[in-house]
Design a protein around this ligand. Structure first.
Ligand code: HEM
Length: 221
């Protein structure tokens, strides 16, 4: 803010406003996504084992677990994409206005200035693209089509997508990789029922029970 060579100078109010916006937009989105993906992984021992084995190949090669190394793991990347598809925390719509001259969308002509909304949750559960769309299946991304990849709009649409998506992906990769490789013997606790984890909309999607608890595998209270 005090750098005189900087072209874009923020006032204190803009700085405070940006800080608030980025904290609000960047915290719950990422932690809820990570929570749901954790739940999905720790419920399924086969998926967990496959991820664990894949992540361990990094350390077996004498390397550190970094985002660059994680990005090379096909199943791990597939798991994150599937998590973003199924547990997209912003389920609502991407608002856009049709540009000058209007646009043809399939059989429909949309006049300029028309407000349109693209529903993220519905796109991510489109049965034309995703068989069994309510199931967590990372393997569906191992040989995904371009249409499937184009349909993932968890971070919004073209033109003005989420500015925090790189940070969010960075966080998701590291959080999940360290959890899986350091704590492979967790499982969802009794309190973590299907009903508790039901997606509930409150601006963002949340677990209905407001929590997601884990315990050491086999631990009895
Ligand atoms: C998994 C995590 C996240 C998801 C699923 C997500 C999703 C989205 C979506 C769908 C939009 C609307 C984009 C559009 O209209 O096309 C958006 C906007 C936004 N996101 Fe994220 N986001 C995430 C993480 C973050 C993080 C980490 C930050 C910042 C640190 C952030 C900051 C913002 C801001 C400031 C906007 C408004 C941008 C604008 O209006 O131009 N988000 N996000």
């Amino acid at each position: 803010m005090d750098d005189p060579t900087c072209k874009y100078r923020l006032t204190m109010n803009q700085f405070i406003d940006d800080t608030f916006t980025f904290s609000a937009a960047g915290s719950h989105t990422t932690h809820i996504t990570a929570t749901y993906i954790m739940w999905a992984i720790y419920k399924d021992r086969e998926v967990l084992q496959r991820l664990y084995d894949e992540i361990k190949t990094i350390e077996a090669a004498g390397l550190e677990i970094t985002v660059d190394e994680l990005r090379k793991l096909p199943y791990f990347e597939a798991m994150i994409t599937e998590g973003l598809r199924l547990y997209t925390t912003i389920a609502g719509s991407i608002p856009r206005v049709v540009p000058k001259g209007g646009r043809q969308l399939g059989p429909h002509f949309l006049p300029e200035d028309t407000g349109i909304l693209s529903p993220i949750y519905a796109i991510h559960h489109n049965t034309d693209l995703f068989q069994d769309p309510f199931s967590f299946k990372p393997e569906r991304w191992m040989d995904a089509t371009k249409e499937m990849r184009d349909a993932i709009v968890a971070f919004g649409g073209p033109g003005r997508p989420c500015p925090g998506q790189n940070l969010a992906m960075f966080e998701l990769r590291l959080i999940l990789a360290f959890l899986i490789s350091r704590c492979p013997d967790l499982e969802p606790a009794e309190s973590c029922t299907k009903e508790c984890m039901q997606l509930t909309e409150l601006l963002l999607l949340f677990p209905k029970g407001g929590k997601c608890e884990f315990r050491k595998r086999g631990y009895k209270v």
